[in-house]
Design a protein. Sequence first.
Length: 251
Amino acid sequence: MLEIKNLHAKVEGKAILKGVDLTINDGEVHVLMGPNGSGKSTLSNVLVGNPKYEVTEGSISFNGKDLLAMKPEDRAHEGIFMSFQAPTEIPGVSMTNFMRAAVNAKRTYFGQEPMSASDFLKLLREKRKLVGLDAHFMGRGVNEGFSGGERKRNEIFQMAVLEPTFSILDETDSGLDVDALRIVAEGFNQLRTEKTSAMVITHYQRMLDYLKPDFVHVLVNGRVVRSGSAQLGYDIEEKGFEWIIEEAEKQ
Ligand code: ADP
Ligand code: MG
Ligand code: MG
C-alpha cells in the first residue's frame, strides 16, 4: 500500500527527515515510536502533503501512485487520513456540515453524485454510535467546546465516516483517560479490515495492548533505526530509547 524510500524532508529550512525507509502493506498496523523531536509528526505531515514540509529527496508510492505528486486534498480522497496530535476548532462550521462537505468532496472526486440528505444522516448516526459520540455534537462547531477526550473520539468518528484506506494516528491517545483511550482504540479496531492499514504514533504500552500492531518502528533523528514486532514497543516501555540510540550510533 505505502512504500517510503529514502525520504528526506525539511521544515523551515532545517533537515528533519534524513532517509526514512518504510513499507506498509494492506491490512497492517504499524506503530511508530521515537523520542520527542525525532520527526514522527514531520513524517505524518509529509504523507498528507502539508505545504510547510518540503521533501528534498526520496519517494513515496501509495497504491502504486506517486503520492508526492498529488495535491493534499487528492491524497485524502485517495484514502489517506490523518488524525492530529492537537485537533483544531472550526467554530461556526457544524460537525454535520463539515462531514457532509468532506464526504461529498470525495464522491465528486470519484465522479459520484452527492449523498442524499437521508442517507448521509443515516451514515452519521451509524458511525456516531460506533464511537459513542452523542448526537448533540453534530450540531456544534467542529471541536468547539469539545473536551480533549471528545476531540479524540471525534477524530475516530471522522475516520469512521470517511473510511480511509490508510490512517495516520498521531498521538491520538495523548491526554486521554483510560476509558477514552479504550473507546478510541476499540473504535479504531472496529474500522480495521484486510484492505486498510495504519501508522499509529504512540508512547503508550496500553495502546500496544489494544492495537496488537504487526510492526513497531523506532524513529531517531529522522531515520528508522530499528523495526520489530510489538515486543519492541514493550522493550522500549521498559528500557527507554537510550539503548536503541546507542546501537544505532555504532552502525
Ligand atoms: P516528533 O513528532 O517526533 O516529536 P516533530 O516531527 O514534531 O517530532 O519535530 C521534529 C523537529 O522538527 C523538531 O525539531 C521540531 O521543532 C521541528 N518542526 C516540526 N514541525 C515544525 C514546524 N511546523 N515549524 C518548525 N519546526 C518544526
Ligand atoms: Mg512530539
Ligand atoms: Mg509529534
